[in-house]
Ligand binder design. Sequence first.
Ligand SMILES: [Zn+2]
Length: 317
Amino acid sequence: MMSVIEPKIADYERADINAHVARLLRDLGNPEPPLRLEIVRELQELDLTYYSKSDLNLLDEMAHRAKMAGHKISSTAKSMREVVNGFRLKGLLMLKEGDKRIFIDDDVVSLKRRFVIAHEILHDLLPWHRSLLIGDNESTLNPTFHQAMEAEANYGGRRLIFMGDQFQREALDCSFEWKTIAKFKERYGNTLTTTLWQMVCERDPEHPAFGLISRHPYHPDICPKAGNDNVAYFPRSRGLIERFPSLSHDIAFSAVVEHATRRKRGPVGEGESVFYDANGDAHLFEMYSFSNTYDLLTFGVYKAPYEPLSSIPRRAA
Ligand SMILES: [Zn+2]
C-alpha cells in the first residue's frame, strides 16, 4: 500500500532543503523556466540511463551497483527484476567508483520523468541522503525513515522544477483557479498533477487548500493507482492541516462526487462544499475537478466562513 498522505517535513529540514535548491539554482545562474534538468545533471555530474524491465544485462549492472552501494539487494538480475517489479521502482540513484548515475524506468512517460529525475537529483544534492542511495518506489519499502526521506526528495524535487521561490512569487500574483494551474504547467514544463500539488502546498502555505488525485466517480477505470481506495494522493497546505485536521481524503472525495458530472475528459465539476474546522465551525471551499483521462484532479480552496442562511446541506465531518 502506498500512502495517500506524505509525512510532514519539519521546518528545519524544509529550510535546509530550500537553501540547497536555492544554491543549486544560483550556481546555474538562475535560468528562466522551464528548468532544463540536463544542465542540473551536468553541474552535479550525474549520468542518466533509461532501463527496460526486460533488459537483464542492465538489471544485472544495477544489482551490482546496489551491492557496491552496500544494499542488501541480491546480486542476480532475476532478483533485481523482482525488486523493480515488486516495489514499482521508478527511479534509482547509484554510485560506483565516482560515477554517479540515475536509472529511470523507460515505462515512465516523458513529462513525468522530470519529477522522477528531480527527485533523484535531490537524493544526491542533500548531504544526509547521499549515503543512502535507496531505490525508489510507490510503495513502502522501509518504514518511517525511508518515507521521510522520500517526502523530502519529493518536496525538494518539486521545489527544484518550480525554481525555488520563483513559483510562489508568480503564483501569488494570480488567482487560485484552474486556468492558473494550466498556465504554470506550461510555463514550468511539468505535469498537471505536479503543478496542482505545488499550487495547493506552496502558493500560500497558510491558506487552507487541498488537492486530490483520485478516481472519477463515473469512470472508475480512471486512476488505477488508487488501488482499493478512491484516492491516490491528497496534498494539503500547512494551513489546511492546522485548521482542518479532520478533513480526510474520504470526506474530500465525497465532495468531489457531489459536484462531478459524467464528462470523461476536461472539466468534470465545480461548486462549493462545506467542511468543518478544528473548532467545529463550518466553512465554504471552492471545488474544481478536471480529468486528464489518467486521473481526476481536484482542488479545494478555502473561501469564507459558511453562513447558514444559504441553502448548502450540512456535511458530517
Ligand atoms: Zn527516493
